[in-house]
Write a protein that binds this ligand. Sequence first.
Ligand code: PRT
Ligand code: ZN
Length: 210
Amino acid sequence: MKTLKIAIQKSGRLNEKSVEILKNCGLSFENYKSSLISTVTNFPLEILFLRDDDIPEYVQDGIADLGIVGENVIIESGSEVTYLQKLGFGKCTLKIAIPNESHITEIAQLEGKAIATSYPVILEKYLRENHVNADIRMISGSVEIGPGLGLSDAICDIVSTGGTLKSNGLKPFAEVMKSEAVLIGKEGSELLPEVQELLQRIRSVLRAKE
Ligand code: PRT
Ligand code: ZN
């Protein structure tokens, strides 16, 4: 039997639920905060704990057979992987937001404006589809402080409750994409019997939750 590798987030918003779904599949493994790799004792599987940004590429390149990561991260990375199953957690929406006092009401008014984001690839595509030319400013974190600092006229970031936008004097303006955690595989990995077995277990865990 082939030993599969699955890459999941080491720490952050998706870590706990990713571990939980694997445990609920009946997989038995140690989950120490310090370990980067863990061997499942009752299934031919190793778990790699990674930064979420690295997961799509690891799966595309076959370093891992499978991965659990947010759709936003997959699309931003441009990696070619197969979507095997939506997992129903890590739900959020990538939105463009503007300062509360902004007079912008239509997408066309973003023309020539500076937009701060950690998702330049997704934002560029969205703007292109809407025939808008804007100045995309890549920031890797704390994007919401951009407008307050005079760094940008708008932002494009992930929103879940909307609390962060609110506390930074911003209001949502346009929805760019919805996202949730998904199980991805290297192209062709779905043909492996071990992947099929794991996929069936994951699907029955998800069905039991409905
Ligand atoms: O260290 P590593 O690189 O692995 O993690 P990370 O810091 O890049 O990612 P992490 O753990 O913050 O998020 C992992 C994934 O969770 C994201 O790629 C999304 O798919 C998903 N997710 C779900 C979220 C949120 N909800 C979320 N609320 N990712 C980020 N946020 C942030 C957002 O960036 C903003 O700063 O939370 C803030 C907004 O939250 P609200 O509730 O105030 O609207
Ligand atoms: Zn990340």
